[in-house]
Structure formats: structure tokens, C-alpha cells
Design a protein around this ligand. Structure first.
Ligand SMILES: *Cc1c(COP(=O)(O)O)cnc(C)c1O
Length: 411
């Protein structure tokens, strides 16, 4: 059976070789070993009942306390461990809806968010019956704040900021967004799913190049924040942390029900039965790495991302969208070059050399999440990019006119 399972993996991306930018984040042999041993020990445990498994109660509160400390949570910050970024965001949306109803009598709740905010907010709106008010981004890919101010109303339950946003990797102006939300009495969620375990350490490592204006719970008006341990926290899949500024805010999220024959049923997030594996593995990874370990991995990842960005910017016909400073970037056609390159054609040529890049649009671009596991192969990637560009240029037929209009003005 194990051989059969192994055979099924034949066509999977080879993340262990650092050739995948996203999806799996590899902290190295020792981190994997620590995670696997903790995972094995907690494979069967069920966090549905922390009365039966006090170990899992302690693991969760220690993960939350450590994250709250990292993200400048004030006294009283309270959180939960969830299965991932999407679940953290869904819970934040639901909590904001409940709060708006309870405090302001909002019966037709709305979420105000930019086109750069993660799709999970739309999923939350869809599931929990909120209307979305979507605003555009400006030239630097951060939300249009005037449009956001116009969209906020007495119906607004939640205003979204991202640190950084996923598509281009830039950090939103959290202070300004949170102030608008607070003025309306609405909640403000900071989606730090990507940045939560990167930005704090980046600021310590290279304050000049890698720090960002205040973006976490240090900002008055931010009511909740999410950070994914299973991304740049280097834990295996299935774990994220959602923090609320106070216990009172967190209460809007918990489901507490006694109206059936099975006893009082209290759950913090969307799950019932809940594996102890991801939280135990994450706890072990956090304990193993500590602040020093994370600083080392963040430096490795950000130096790799800086080298990749420099290589792309030096390539005639390609460019990086916006000015991302951390571990995300997207590569698109340089519309002011003499011969812009079709990024998807470059993506095809890179794929035939064994590199996996997610595609997104508009405009057509290749997306990279760079983590420490990619660092050893940056030279190889840059060499293959040069080859791939030559190939696209020589076949010629892939060279397409990039779309004109809105996007060319965004640079
Ligand atoms: C990954 C991500 C999410 C969603 O998290 P999942 O763990 O994939 O569910 C949300 N927001 C941002 C910015 C992300 O990068």
C-alpha cells in the first residue's frame, strides 16, 4: 500500500527540491523531523474536547499567547487555533457580523474590501450572508482609500486590510484603514496569513529594507488578525492563529449551544471533531525555532526573494508588479520595454524546466511565494529564467501584445 501511495505521487510538484514557490514551505531537515515526530505523537488526539485532552488546550493557548506577543496584542488579546487561513478569515467575518448586529443593530451587514484582499473574505460573505463592497487598488496595488471611505456606511460590519496582500505582496496602509473602520464602529481584520510570521522578524533583521509601517494589533482599531503557522511558520498543513483584541470580541465567534439531546456543545471555530496533529506539530516547530530560528529563516527567504526580484528587473521584457519588499512577488510583461514578454509563455518554458509557478490575472502574471526552502536553488532558477526567456524569444509566436489600458497605467 505504501508503494502504491508513493507511485501516486509521481506527477506531484517536487517541493522538497525547492522548485515550488508556494503551497509547501520547507524549513529544512531538522524542522521537518521535529514536526513529523510531534505529528506522530498527536495523530489520533481530538481537540473537540480539551477537557478530555488538556494537553491540546494548553498547546492552543500557548500558540495563541506566543502569537499575540509577536503581533503586539494588548493585555486581554484572545484567540483560537484554526485549520488554516481560510478558516481564520471565515471566523473573523462571522464574528464581525455578530458584533455589528449586537452593538449597532446591523441587519444587512457588509464587508468593505479591496480587489487585492483574499478570496476567503468573499467565501465568508457567501456563507454568512454579508454583502461585499469591493474597491479598486491604486498604482501601488494598495486599496484606494477614498473609495474605501465612500463604501463604508452604517451597514459596514467589517473592513479588511492585508499585511501583505497575496497577489502582489505589498502591505496595505493598516493605520488608515483601521481608523476608518473604527470611526464607523465596524470591525477591522488584518489578514496577516502570509506576513504574520515574517514581518516581525524581517523588521528585526533589516529594519531599513524590510520593516513596514505599523500593521498589527499595535494599531488602534484593528479588532482581529490572522497569521498562518502552516505557511511561513513552517509548520505542516492545517494550522493558523486567529486573534481578537479582547475576550469580548472573541465571544462573537464562539458557538455555544445547549438545545439538543447531546449536551452543551461549544466550539471556537467551524470544526467539530478536530485533529490534535497540526496544532501539536506547530507547537513543536515554534518551540524548536524560537525567535532566533525564525529570524534566520526569514533572512534566508527575503534574501532569496530580493535576488529573484533583481533578476526579473534585469530581464528585458519582464517586470515585478509594484514594490513588494518581503517574500511575495509577481512577474508580468514590462509594457514599456521594446519587446514585452508574455509571462504565461515564460511560465510554460519554466514549467518544462521543472519549476512550478501559480498564475493569476489581471494582468497576466506569475506568482511566487519565496520561502527558505527556495534559497538553495535561486542561481539555478535565474539561469533557467534566462534560458526560458531566450526560448520564448526564439519561438517568437508566444510574444503577445500585453493588454493595454488600466494595467499599464498602474506602474
Ligand atoms: C494563504 C492565504 C489565505 C488563505 O489561507 P489558507 O491557509 O490557504 O486557507 C488568506 N490570506 C492570505 C493573504 C493568504 O496568503
Amino acid at each position: 500500500m505504501l508503494a502504491e501511495l508513493e507511485a501516486k505521487r509521481h506527477d506531484d510538484v517536487r517541493w522538497g527540491e525547492g522548485r515550488t514557490f508556494g503551497l509547501v514551505f520547507d524549513g529544512g531537515d531538522e524542522v521537518r523531523d521535529v514536526a513529523e515526530r510531534a505529528a506522530r505523537a498527536f495523530l489520533h488526539e481530538n481537540a473537540l474536547s480539551t477537557a478530555a485532552f488538556p494537553s491540546l488546550g494548553a498547546i492552543q493557548s500557548e500558540l495563541c499567547a506566543w502569537t499575540a506577543d509577536l503581533l503586539h496584542g494588548p493585555e486581554g488579546t484572545a484567540g483560537f487555533v484554526t485549520s488554516g487561513g481560510t478558516e481564520s478569515i471565515l471566523c473573523a467575518v462571522e464574528a464581525a457580523r455578530e458584533r455589528a448586529r449586537a452593538e449597532r443593530g446591523v441587519n444587512e451587514p457588509e464587508i468593505v474590501l479591496a480587489t487585492s484582499a483574499h478570496a476567503a473574505f468573499h467565501k465568508g460573505a457567501h456563507l454568512f450572508g454579508l454583502r461585499t463592497r469591493v474597491v479598486d487598488v491604486t498604482g501601488d496595488w494598495t486599496p484606494d482609500l477614498d473609495a474605501m471611505a465612500d463604501a463604508i456606511s452604517h451597514r459596514t460590519a467589517l473592513v479588511v486590510a492585508s499585511a501583505p496582500q497575496y497577489p502582489q505582496g505589498v502591505v496595505d496602509p493598516v493605520t488608515e484603514i483601521a481608523a476608518m473602520a473604527a470611526k464607523a464602529g465596524a470591525s477591522c481584520h488584518v489578514d496577516a496569513c502570509m506576513g504574520g510570521f515574517v514581518l516581525p522578524f524581517a523588521a528585526l533583521e533589516q529594519p531599513q529594507a524590510w520593516s513596514a509601517p505599523p500593521w498589527d494589533l499595535a494599531v488602534e482599531g484593528v479588532t482581529s488578525i490572522s497569521a498562518d503557522l502552516h505557511k511561513l511558520g513552517y509548520a505542516p498543513k492545517g494550522v493558523s492563529v486567529l486573534l481578537h483584541r479582547s475576550r469580548a470580541l472573541r465571544r462573537h465567534q464562539t458557538f455555544d449551544f445547549d438545545g439538543w439531546l447531546g449536551g452543551r456543545y461549544v466550539t471556537p471555530n467551524l470544526q467539530g471533531t478536530r485533529s490534535g496533529l497540526p496544532m501539536a506539530a506547530a507547537w513543536a516547530v515554534v518551540r524548536f525555532l524560537g525567535v532566533d530560528g525564525y529570524r534566520r529563516l526569514v533572512r534566508t527567504a527575503l534574501e532569496a526573494a530580493d535576488r529573484i526580484r533583481a533578476g526579473v528587473r534585469a530581464t528585458d521584457g519582464l517586470m515585478v508588479l509594484g514594490d513588494p519588499r518581503h517574500h511575495l512577488l509577481s512577474i508580468t510583461a514590462d509594457v514599456v520595454a521594446d519587446r514585452p514578454l508574455d509571462p504565461y509563455a515564460v511560465g510554460d518554458a519554466m514549467a518544462s524546466r521543472g519549476w512550478h509557478h501559480d498564475r493569476q490575472r489581471p494582468p497576466d502574471n506569475l506568482h511566487l511565494t519565496v520561502s527558505a526552502g527556495n534559497a538553495p536553488i535561486v542561481d539555478e532558477w535565474l539561469a533557467d529564467l534566462a534560458d526560458a526567456v531566450d526560448e520564448v524569444r526564439s519561438t517568437g509566436d508566444h510574444c503577445s501584445e500585453p493588454e493595454s489600458g488600466a494595467y499599464s497605467t498602474l506602474e
